[in-house]
Design a protein around this ligand. Structure first.
Ligand code: KG4
Ligand code: ZN
Length: 346
């Protein structure tokens, strides 16, 4: 079965072709991605209307490119999957509309996929995929959650952020430091030259005993320290502040993830979402996990941030698990707000 996946929930247009054979792990055959980061950089964040328009421009050329790379034709497609939510309403509508129209023109069904389920299952595209059950740390620009995952579509929320997401904390700290958008990778780059212990920044809820997060206060603390550095801070001080902010975010993410492993007694931790690309997060998680004797699984680095492959993969795994309801009516809707745990009714 050949599944085309279309991602358009935010500022990346992603298209991919995944093939699935019986119960075997789905295979990624080709993928293409266009990031709008350069376009939004001038505004310091994503401009929804510009995002929607750019998705319209990119979707069909990317689809052609993917099919060509895979040596496949439109007629070879059996299912067209798209991101149904959560995300920007207009951006989601572009992907959903294109996917459903393409499916209808081919006489094939379409399937709306949850963006976070895509992230969560993306480590199954790694050379050494995890097995169920596992704890998932979902860390993206809009979400920070710990989930217990017992199977495809079987998700229990263990804890989440009560304010900003981890990605937002990276992006907002980066903005304060005058780094571009998206700030996460830029802050991580600057942090490599700094001392993570230079500034004592807060680690909110570190000892709260539960699995919730709070990152809004960190932004204020970074702002206060940045002001103290004066109008033209030395590059070394900026790097120290970047390193300290990154360390504060990472420390909380790692402590809560380890606590989740202890509370659930599970042996595998899966990390997904854009912040999962952060190398300090990866090395600190690996160190914590090896102390507890648990394994950490990551998606391939290129599939940490938004992409079409994870959408096609989630659709494939839903079909395999008998949990998909592909639709041939040509009707669709999008869910800009859509809690992941609603998928399993927990
Ligand atoms: O999952 P994602 O691509 O989009 C959402 O669904 O939100 O995540 C984007 C987030 C942004 O906040 C970005 O700054 C952050 O992931 N990010 C990083 C890194 N790469 C991306 N944060 C820290 N370090 C990185 N290397
Ligand atoms: Zn995402």
């Amino acid at each position: 079965m050949n599944i085309l996946g279309i991602e358009s929930s935010c500022d990346e247009t992603g298209v991919a072709l995944v093939s699935v054979d019986g119960a075997a792990t789905p295979r990624l055959r080709a993928q293409a991605l266009h990031s709008q980061a350069d376009m939004h950089e001038a505004y310091g964040g994503v401009v929804p209307e510009l995002a929607s328009r750019d998705h319209i421009r990119r979707l069909l050329p990317l689809t052609r490119q993917v099919l060509e790379e895979a040596g496949a034709a439109l007629d070879d497609l059996d299912l067209v999957a798209y991101t149904r939510g959560p995300g920007l309403a207009g951006a989601l509508l572009v992907g959903a509309g294109a996917a459903v129209a393409l499916a209808a023109s081919l006489g094939k069904p379409a399937l709306g996929v949850h963006h976070l389920e895509g992230h969560l299952l993306s480590p199954f595209l790694a050379p050494d995929p995890p097995s169920f059950p596992f704890v998932a740390l979902l860390v993206s620009g809009g979400h920070t959650q710990l989930m217990r995952v017992d199977g495809v579509g079987d998700y229990e929320l263990l804890g989440e952020t009560i304010d900003d997401a981890a990605g937002e904390a990276f992006d907002k700290s980066a903005k304060l430091l005058g780094l571009g958008y998206p700030g996460g990778p830029a802050l991580a780059r600057l942090a490599t030259q700094g001392n993570p212990a230079a500034f004592a920044l807060p680690r909110p809820l570190l000892h709260s005993g539960d699995l919730d997060f709070s990152f809004a206060g960190l932004k204020t603390a970074v702002m206060t320290q940045h002001r103290k550095l004066g109008p033209t801070p030395a590059e070394a001080s900026r790097a120290d502040l970047a390193a300290s902010a990154q360390a504060a975010i990472v420390d909380v993410l790692v402590a809560k993830s380890m606590r989740a492993m202890q509370l659930t007694g599970l042996r595998r931790l899966v990390v997904a979402g854009g912040v999962g690309a952060n190398l300090r997060l990866r090395s600190t998680l690996d160190a914590g996990a090896s102390k507890l004797g648990v394994r950490v699984h990551y998606p391939p680095l290129a599939l940490c941030t938004d992409n079409g492959a994870m959408i096609a993969l989630a659709a494939a795994m839903r079909v395999q698990a008998g949990r998909a309801v592909p639709d041939s009516t040509g009707a669709f809707d999008v869910r800009p707000r859509w809690p992941l745990h609603e998928l399993s009714g927990r």
